[in-house]
Design a protein around this ligand. Sequence first.
Ligand code: SAM
Ligand code: SF4
Ligand code: FES
Length: 337
Amino acid sequence: MNILEKAKKYHSLEKEEIVALLKSSDKSLFIGADEVREKYKGNEVHLRGLIEFSNICKRTCKYCGLRGENLKLERYRLSCNEIVDFAKKGASYGYKTVVLQSGEDNHFSCDDICKIVREIKNLNIAVTLSLGEKTYEEYQAYKLAGADRYLLRIETTDENLYKELHPKMSLENRKQCLDNLKKIGYETGSGCLVGLPGQTIESLADDILYFKDKDFDMIGVGPFIPNPNTPLANYEGGDFWLAIRVMAIIRLLLPDINIPATTAMETLNPNGRIIALQSGANVVMPNITEGDYRRKYEIYPGKICVGDTPKHCRQCISSKILSIGRTISNSYGFRSD
Ligand code: SAM
Ligand code: SF4
Ligand code: FES
């Protein structure tokens, strides 16, 4: 049995087999991942409305435009009322989940976040948080306030690379945060960047095996896109097709999880999200932040939809999804739905 057939049947691979799939250019990987997606997740695509509520960050991840040391970025933070207001509008457009994402901005207290979560939960929609590394107690408080899911990418499981790219942070703590989130009972999402300077195919295979081992509920894969206002400005970015390969293998190994077609994929390829949806993905996270904030949440250059409105994006992505014979889900889209 070849590697792809084995992965489709048993959803388990050895590291060398993952490396071989990553190094190959055989397109049957994408077809295989698409078949597994259809079998386990059906044809529905879940839309999650993304609110980028603060671009202020105390961390200095070397690849990210929001890093605290980037003095060229115009900073903003929404008020608690504005965040809830954007969520209300998101719900009115039909979103069943809103994702609240930000830099690690200490301005918002634990109580602030809990209050925001409680108000949004009154709208009868699911809430995903993506606020970075917090204490066990904070994660627990958000959960008690009603938060359903949490996204925290591991970025890379390569110890040396992690250390090099994340000053004053540790891979150990990142892993601990993810373990805490799972223990508290969140639907937990992680993921990695593809094409980081010095990252090897073997280390990407390790990332995939880590996701499999932890059995995360969601995995987002993003190609690294160099930002001119960061220390990695002059490095080459990640390859779109390699990111799609990583994502497709994750679908084969974790057949029933939620996998987004990411914004970074579409930034590198104008048809990137549709290609991803046809290679294992079943989720899209359109931006529902309004006004000029979208442009200011500049993680990397060339980000899509910066000049568009939530209404336009909803229509745009919906028609693309329908054009490939898929449907828009009306459910909350939990892993077990
Ligand atoms: N601060 C939170 C965190 O780090 O988990 C959430 C916001 S952060 C901007 C969201 C994601 O952006 C990160 O997990 C990282 O993978 C991605 N990202 C940052 N810089 C990037 C870049 N240059 N290219 C592609 N993705 C990037
Ligand atoms: Fe801050 Fe997240 Fe960017 Fe790191 S990746 S600098 S934590 S916003
Ligand atoms: Fe924003 Fe297409 S999804 S313009």
